[in-house]
Unconditional design. Structure first.
Length: 759
């Protein structure tokens, strides 16, 4: 066997070296030698490991993060749709650095009449305008939004100097804040709440004309500290609308005053929930705490419809407390129906809660809370146990937005209560997604302003598994086949995943489906479930309640799986290359013990003697000239070597023979790779006897030739068909070269003929 392998490789290497020579020639013409291997390590792309972030991807021994605590009094003016707030912020400097100023995010300023967001948008006229778009583009007076900052004061009521720069505000500290110290200050503010249905945005209110009520979904509603860390210094990139948020963890005490007939829920424990509900409702709420199999309706539709009519002049104050959260949001309305059920997560009982107006029914009563409960279980299994005491899903038109413990979700039936499959699935999908965001980025607290994919992509992947847990076959968007059209599209309009979120062309595929599909491929194709699941869990465990970067993710996935994935991360995250792998050629060989003419000629060139190489076996391609030449002397290979085993018995050792089967067919398959990405080759070999053999060639098969590679194998069966990536797991953008023999495309004429016969 050793000799066979030697000779085979001799022949094969000689053909290979020809194509490689050609490639070297090209490289040299392009300008000398440089390392362009797609398997080179990511060292230059990733930050050098240090005491804060290790080479393994775990937090380092001097890892730190700041802590920011908020005490707030908030008043909602429902009549004029204004929100007022006074907040006391306590900032803990856990960094080793001295800070002379602090940066605070003023996200509402994106709604200011002079907001930069409008000015950085470029674009020409459209040929089509809906009435709303036409009004918004040409006729509407700019909305008078944005924060009105009444004051910034220290706790002794001295003014603190501050400077507003768009959506950021710098607070100049009276004395530098040393490492390990903390400082407190107060901000008083108010703003006009935008009707987000009319002018867009992530929060605001929806107005219901029929009953005159509003549904308030309130977020980014208070000046919030920006992140200061070892990676960015101050993360003070402007809020332009796409790039979301970077926030510190902290504790919150928030009092929210609403009209007395409102139902509210938000981040944190409602300390006085009992006082806020009627006796009957409180009893139902207590019931819900032990209802593990189905939701209990706490505020009924009937009660909600009564509340809708009240327009109470009285107010009440909801008291909320949250520990170790990175943000705070709430929803409030007269219109809310409220239901809840209990979910067992580890040793804890978590409440799954939904708030929705009657307009959401019957869909919301049927699904929302059940979907929340199922999501909590799936995500806890995938990552780590949900650590908070509740998770709320709020019905909000056109929204899909996440905050700690609470999220806003779309999905509204028609007025007659009917809904399509698409509306139902859209609603289930968005609830799973937004509840899932509790893990990424609410707890595994990545920098969303910088990297949209770190929360959206990781979450869209986890969402896929949770959706399949909820309902097998659910139309999830994170599958590789779903990004084929995007990745094969106009390369000038695609950005690599590793692009700051405001600078990507299309956020949907860029931050959501492409990274999710990449993770799905890592799990299904490259690592397998065991290695992937353990590594993914390790990343989540290592970085829960911390601030991870992409490098921490890439490094942990390799560190925990024991697999070099640099080639995958480089291709999938740092480039816009796509997968396209195909079959270029299939050659069939027969075996003979007579030296072929080609081999003899080659030996002659080197002045070698053929007898030094005998006995040996030679493969002759049945379609080549060589075959006709050589077969003149080897008329019938099958009778010439009546049985390969017999021949081997005479010429090879017992050990060499032992490993042989009765081989009849020899194949050389040439795989081509027009696509830029390196990827494993997943192949189904189908034989004439109907059997199938599935093979997996790891991506490293492309190490020495990025364009085409050959595979040779012996078989006792005849090949009938070869299929590459039959389950569509690698996002191959052109499948016309994925089969051998090539599947005949129906001609347009054939289609035309068929159509006219059948119709
Ligand atoms: Zn999301």
């Amino acid at each position: 066997m050793k000799k066979i392998t030697f000779l085979l490789s001799f022949l094969i290497v000689s053909t290979f070296s020809f194509s490689q020579e050609k490639e070297t020639e090209v490289k040299e013409k392009e300008g000398g030698h440089y390392n362009i291997s797609k398997f080179r390590q990511l060292k230059q792309e990733l930050a050098t490991p240090n005491v804060y972030r290790t080479a393994s991807g775990a937090p380092g021994h001097e890892y730190y993060q700041q802590k920011v605590d908020y005490k707030m009094d908030i008043i909602l003016d429902d009549v004029n749709q204004k929100l007022y707030g006074v907040e006391t912020i306590k900032y803990h400097n856990n960094s080793p650095d001295v800070l002379k100023y602090l940066w605070v995010q003023l996200d509402q300023n994106i709604r200011a009449a002079d907001a930069r967001t409008n000015d950085v948008k470029a674009g020409g006229t459209s040929s089509y305008y809906s009435p709303k778009k036409f009004t918004n583009t040409f006729l509407r007076k700019p909305f008078d939004g944005g924060f009105n900052i009444d004051y910034v004061k220290d706790l002794s009521n001295n003014d603190i100097s501050h400077t507003i720069n768009g959506t950021m505000m710098r607070i100049d500290l009276a004395a530098p804040l040393k490492s390990g110290e903390s400082t407190s200050f107060k901000i008083k503010w108010w703003y006009n709440i935008p009707n987000y249905v009319e002018i867009g945005g992530r929060s605001g209110f929806e107005h219901f004309k029929k009953d005159g009520n509003n549904n308030y979904i309130i977020a980014q509603f208070f000046p919030r500290l920006a992140v200061y860390n070892d990676v960015e210094g101050w993360q003070n990139l402007q809020f332009l609308g796409t790039g979301e948020f970077a926030l510190e963890f902290g504790d919150y005490e928030v009092n929210i005053t609403t009209p007395a007939d409102h139902i509210l829920d938000g981040t944190g424990l409602i300390v006085n929930r009992k006082e806020m509900l009627t006796k009957k409702q409180w009893k139902r709420f207590v019931q819900a705490k032990t209802s593990f199999d189905k939701p209990v309706i706490i505020v009924t539709q009937e009660e909600a419809e009564e509340n809708e009519k009240e327009f109470s002049k009285e107010t009440k104050t909801w008291k909320l407390k949250a520990k170790n959260v990175r943000d705070f949001a709430f929803a409030t309305s007269r219109k809310y129906i409220l239901d809840a059920q209990a979910v067992k997560i580890g040793d804890n009982t978590v409440m799954a809660i939904s708030l929705y107006p009657k307009e959401g029914n019957p869909l919301w009563e049927e699904y929302s809370t059940r979907v929340v409960a199922s999501t909590l279980k799936s995500y806890s299994k995938q990552m780590f146990d949900y650590p908070y005491h509740k998770a709320i899903s709020v019905h909000a038109k056109q929204q899909g937005m996440e905050y700690p413990m609470i999220c806003f979700n779309f999905g509204r039936p028609k007025e007659d209560g009917t809904y399509s499959e698409r509306v139902r699935n859209g609603m289930i999908g968005v609830i799973i997604h937004e509840v899932g965001h509790n893990w990424f980025p609410m707890i595994v607290n990545s920098d969303e302003r910088q990297w949209g994919w770190m929360d959206e992509g990781l979450n869209t992947f986890a969402q896929l598994l949770a959706e399949q847990d909820f309902e097998k076959g659910f139309p999830s968007r994170g599958y590789p086949k779903n990004v084929v059209r995007y990745m094969g599209g106009n390369q000038k309009r695609i950005a690599p995943i590793m692009t700051q979120h405001d600078n990507v062309f299309s956020s949907g595929p860029n931050a959501y489906s492409k990274p999710a599909a990449g993770l799905y491929m890592l799990r299904e194709v490259i690592l397998g479930h065991d290695l992937f699941d353990m590594a993914f869990k390790t990343f989540a465990e290592r970085w829960k309640f911390k601030h991870p970067t992409p490098a921490d993710f890439f490094r942990t996935m390799e560190d925990a799986s024991g697999t070099d994935l640099d080639w995958f991360f480089r291709g999938w995250f740092y480039t816009t290359d796509f997968t396209d792998i195909g079959i270029k050629e299939v050659k069939k060989y027969v075996v003979t013990d007579k030296p072929t003419k080609k081999f003899k000629d080659r030996l002659e060139q080197f002045g070698a003697d053929i007898n030094d190489y005998l006995p040996a076996l030679f493969l002759v391609n049945t379609d080549s000239d060589e075959y006709t030449d050589d077969m003149a002397q080897v008329k019938n290979p099958a009778t010439d070597i009546t049985s390969l085993n017999e021949y081997l018995a005479d010429n090879f050792s017992p050990e060499e023979r032992k490993s042989l089967k009765n081989t009849k067919y020899f194949y050389e398959i040439t795989f081509e790779k027009p696509g830029g990405l390196v990827m494993p080759i997943i192949v189904d070999y189908i034989y004439t006897d109907g059997t199938k053999e599935s093979k997996y060639y790891p991506a490293e098969i492309w190490r020495f030739n990025d364009k085409e590679i050959k595979k040779v194998f012996a078989s006792d069966k005849e090949l009938k068909e070869i299929n590459i990536d039959p389950k569509q797991l690698t996002a191959d953008i052109d499948t016309s070269n994925n089969t051998w023999p090539k599947k005949k495309e129906e001609s347009e004429f054939d289609k035309f003929k068929k159509k006219n016969v059948t119709e």
